[in-house]
Ligand binder design. Structure first.
Ligand SMILES: [Zn+2]
Length: 234
């Protein structure tokens, strides 16, 4: 094995772990967002329940207002009845009074229905709030665990980056540049074994016997003819 391979393999060990860490660091915020979305669904349910309850309250007030105006009309009509001396007018006013009384009956039935719905809506809101707070506890914990993991991974990645910089000192620059180019293109690993059956363990394609001979001679860097990865013998 050319001595350069040993250096590259040490570098690659860091790069493999760095690659893993970067994937994790990309994945964790997405998981945190998913957890937050789970909570948002419950928040929406609470908001909807509150809005429905408020709408119900407004409807009840509206009905009460309508009852009030009809009661005022009845009082006015009865006063007019009291003041009139004409029997015909008295009868006509009486018809109006009974018309408004019927309307009040209808409105009061409507108010009772609305109040019943209000009770149901309050129940829905209580359930939605309970579900929200249960989920919030779990979501907060999950987000914080994920954050701790991300912080640990970031620290580890930073240490690896520093180690990597130190390893680069004294290494052949052109060799490192070949390695870096392959790393960018293929991702780690880029320094791979070739098996006794001449199979590249990077792309699993069989190399030519000539390539195998060059790898085994260990005098130069040999790339896989198929994937370009740097080969070393088992
Ligand atoms: Zn290959």
């Amino acid at each position: 094995m050319p001595p350069d391979i040993v250096g590259l393999l040490t570098l690659q060990e860091r790069d493999l772990r760095l690659q893993e860490l970067r994937k994790e660091l990309e994945r964790i915020p997405k998981e945190q967002d998913l957890a937050r979305e789970r909570l948002a669904t419950h928040q929406q349910a609470v908001d909807d329940a509150k809005a429905a309850l408020q709408e119900n309250g407004v409807a009840i007030k509206g009905v009460e207002l309508d009852v009030g105006t009809r009661k005022e009309s009845i009082t006015r009509l009865k006063q007019q009845q009291f003041e009139t001396r004409k029997n015909e007018e008295y009868q006509a006013l009486g018809v109006k009074v009974s018309h408004y009384s019927d309307e009040i009956d209808g409105l009061e039935t409507r108010e009772l229905e609305l109040m019943e719905s209000g009770d149901q809506l309050r129940g829905t809101l209580t359930e939605a709030e309970a579900a929200y707070s249960t989920t919030k506890g779990g979501v907060d914990e999950e987000i914080s665990i994920l954050q701790k993991r991300a912080d640990e991974f970031s620290r580890e990645a930073q240490t690896l980056e520093e180690e990597r910089q130190q390893l680069l000192v004294g290494m052949d620059e052109s060799l490192v540049s070949i390695y870096d180019r392959l790393l960018k293109l293929r991702g780690a690993p880029v320094v791979v074994q070739i098996t006794g059956e001449r199979q590249c363990l990077g792309c699993h394609v069989k190399a030519t016997p000539a390539t195998m001979v060059r790898v085994q001679a260990g005098k130069e860097l040999v790339n896989c003819e198929n994937c370009g990865r740097i080969l070393y013998p088992q």
